[in-house]
Structures are given as C-alpha cells and as structure tokens.
Ligand binder design. Structure first.
Ligand SMILES: [Zn+2]
Length: 96
C-alpha cells in the first residue's frame, strides 16, 4: 500500500494576508476581514515603507487589476462558497 501526503487549504482556512517586501523582508499582516483593495493598491503603489523599494506594480495595468481582484476575492470567496455543495481547495507544498 502506498500513502501520498497531500496538503490542501480552502478559503475558510484563510485568516490573514501578509504583504512582504522581497528585498528587505519587512512585512505587514492583515486579517482577512480587514483586507481592502484601496489599502492593497496603496501598498503596491507606495512601495516598501522601510527600504523605499518600489513594488514593481503600476497603476492601470493588467497586473495591478489582477492583484487587486485577487485581494478582493480572498476576502469574499469563503462567504461565497459557504453552504454550497462545492469545495474548492488549493494544494500547497507539505511541510516535512
Ligand atoms: Zn523593503
């Protein structure tokens, strides 16, 4: 018999989102219920408040729209799927 370890997360598991500067690793943790697309846009457009490195995302681009829709969806998807006969789970790398 072979066992396969799978690690899956579902939207109701999400409790916070972390915004982190790739360069200096300064991070801000925001609870899911406090996620806000204006705040997300500000984080992206202001760049890192510690080392001043720009995020690389720019206003009115497809990437910025995708990023903002993703942040907005994170907040809303758990409620949208609650009570439905459909589970959506994402696989993640399992910790050893
Ligand atoms: Zn930084």
């Amino acid at each position: 018999m072979t066992f396969e370890k799978r690690c899956l997360i579902e939207p109701s598991d999400f409790i916070s989102a972390q915004y982190e500067c790739e360069k200096c690793h300064a991070a801000i943790l925001v609870p899911i219920e406090k996620l806000d697309s204006d705040q997300a846009a500000s984080f992206a457009l202001t760049g890192c408040t510690f080392c001043n490195t720009p995020s690389g995302l720019q206003k009115n681009t497809q990437e910025m729209r995708m990023y903002l829709e993703f942040i907005s969806s994170l907040k809303q998807i758990a409620g949208a799927l609650q009570g439905r006969n459909l589970k959506v789970r994402l696989g993640i790398e399992c910790a050893e």
